[in-house]
Ligand binder design. Structure first.
Ligand code: MN
Length: 213
């Protein structure tokens, strides 16, 4: 019985047009995301086998594979829900996401400050990576992380609430080499209701994650 399963897309392949082409959404979810789910399950099996046999020759590679595939599965699971065909704009109190809007202003000075930093972080990834807006539980602030692959260059304990996939598979069929154009277009499909729910859940969990009782 596999531990991880590929979640259904919350919309059809064409729901994010014209920002993301249906063919990209289909391949990205059905092939790429599926491969990370399989990779995480396979790696857990291999680790169980290593424990059974007390055979630890591959432990470094297995732990790296677990971090890579599991983080890929988690980031993509967030990514699909972070987007909607009815998204975009700025989060505001009038839309019921005032706490998120306030947190963005407190942490980045303004929404424009967040937008500039997250756009730049995602668009300048070297090789494969992500731009991530995360809740950092020690300070209670929001931070931007520039993630290498799926799992590198992140601070422990932070929770991703808005993720921009900057791997070539996320845009190349449509945007070719213009990664910055893709990242800038992404803002038009951000589902702020979903981001606000993730922010609220991370704040609740953060109180018990690292702080003394
Ligand atoms: Mn991807």
């Amino acid at each position: 019985m596999p531990v991880y399963t590929l979640p259904e897309l919350p919309y059809d392949y064409a729901a994010l047009e014209p920002v993301i082409d249906p063919q990209i959404v289909e391949l990205h979810h059905d092939k790429h995301h599926a491969a990370y789910v399989k990779g995480a399950n396979d790696t857990l099996e291999q680790l169980a086998e290593a424990r059974d046999k007390e055979s630890w020759g591959s432990i470094n590679g297995l732990e790296k594979n677990l971090a890579f595939h599991l983080s890929g599965h988690i980031l993509h699971s967030i990514y699909w829900h972070n987007m909607t065909g009815d998204g975009g704009g700025e989060p505001t109190a009038a839309d019921g996401v005032g706490e998120l809007a306030d947190a963005i202003t407190e942490s980045f000075g303004s929404f424009a400050g967040l937008k500039a930093q997250l756009t730049k972080a995602a668009a300048t990834t070297q090789g494969s990576g992500w731009g991530v807006l995360a809740y950092e539980p020690l300070s209670g602030r929001l931070i931007v992380e520039q993630v290498y692959d799926h799992q590198g260059n992140v601070g422990q304990g932070s929770t991703p609430i808005l993720v921009f996939d900057a791997w070539e598979h996320a845009f190349y069929l449509q945007y070719k080499n213009q990664k910055v154009d893709f990242i800038e277009a992404m803002w038009a499909v951000v589902n702020w209701q979903d981001v606000a729910r993730r922010h609220a859940a991370a704040r609740e969990r953060g109180d018990s994650l690292l702080l003394a009782p």
